[in-house]
Ligand binder design. Sequence first.
Ligand code: SF4
Length: 384
Amino acid sequence: MTRTNAGERDAADRFEQWVAPRASLVVLQPTTLCNLDCSYCYLPFRRKRQEMSVEVAEAVAASLADVPPTHTTEVCWHGGEPLAAGPEKLAALMEPFEDLRRAGRVRHSLQTNATLINDTWCDLLIEHEVSVGVSIDGPGDLNAERTDWSGRPAFDRIVAGIGTLAGRGIAFSLIAVVGAGIGRAAKLLDFLSSLGPTSIGLNIEEFEGVNAERTQPTPEQARTFWTDVLTWSAAHPGVEVRELDRLGHYLRSIRTGGRQWWESHRFDPLPTVAFSGDVVLLSPELAGIRNEHYGDFLAGNVLEQSLDDILDGAHRLRYVSEFLDGLEACRATCGFFDFCRGAQAGNRYFENGRFDTTETNFCRVSKQELVHALIDITQKEQKT
Ligand code: SF4
C-alpha cells in the first residue's frame, strides 16, 4: 500500500512502533449463542444463535496461510459458548486450518464453560490438539452467578465437564472471574487447584460490555486479595497462577538483562473475527458494540480483505489511534507502565468512554494492587 502523505505515514509509523505487524492470537466467534446466562456477562447477543459460516473460517485460514511459515498463530475459539455451535459445526470450521495446524503454523485453543463437554467433544479436541480453557469461578457458593437461562446453577455441569476432560487425559487451564470470591482467595485457590489444571487465571470482575451496572471490587479489596494469593502461591509452588507468573516473568526479565526485550514487546493487534467475518481489533469485547463517536469499531471483514490488509489500514481507525494516545499518556505518567504496558483497550472504553485515557479500575485492581501486594509482603519479610 502506498502511504500518500506525511500525516498518514506518521500514523502508520506510530502504529508499527506500538503494535506487532501480525497477530499471534486471532479470536474466532463460531456462534454468538451461550447456553448459560452468567449475571456479569458482557456479551450482548448471547441469547441469539448467529453462526459463523465455513466461508469465514476459510477466509481466515487463507489469511494465515500468507503469513511467513516461521510464525505460529493461535486461533482461539471463543463465543458465546463455542461448544453451543455443536461438534459437527466446529469440526467443519476447523477443517480449513488443518494443513496449517499439521505444519505447526496454527494451534487451536478454546474457551468454554465445559457444561456441554462429552466424549464426542473430547474426540474432536484430541484430534485437533486444542488447548482448553475452562471458566469456573470457584466452589458452588462462589460460582452462584453462573446459571443457565432458567436460573439453575451451572456448577455441577461445569465440574462434570471438567471430570470428562480429565478422564480423557485432556489438559485444561482454568479462569475464574473474581467477584464474590475477592475476600476468600485461599478457599478459591484450594478448590481450583484440586481440579488439576495446568494453570489458574484470576480475572477480577470488570466493567465492560453490558455488564455496566454492578459494583466493582475496590483497590483495597484487591490488595488484600493479591496478598492472600501470593501467600497461597508461596505455599503451593507447583500450581501456576497466571497473573503471578506474568509478574515473575517481568521481574526475571529485568533482573537478567532482558529489560530491552520487555520494553520493545509490542501489543498483539488481537483481531477478533465475529460470526459474520467482521473484524474488531485490540479487544474482543468491542465486537457487536456501536457508539456515536467510534461507530461500530469495525476494521474490516475477512470475506472482503485479508487480515494483513485489515491490519495495514488499522492506524486510520479513530479508536486505535486514541488507544495509542492512551498508551503514550500511560508511559509518560504512570509508575506502573514498565510492568503493565498499558493494559486493555476494552477496559478504557467501557470504564472511561474513551481510549485515550490512562487509569481504570481494572488496571488499579489487576495490575497496580498486585504490585503493591508484592511490595507489602517483601517489606514485611525484610522487617522480620
Ligand atoms: S497501571 Fe493503568 S495507568 Fe498505569 S500504565 Fe497500566 S493502564 Fe496505564
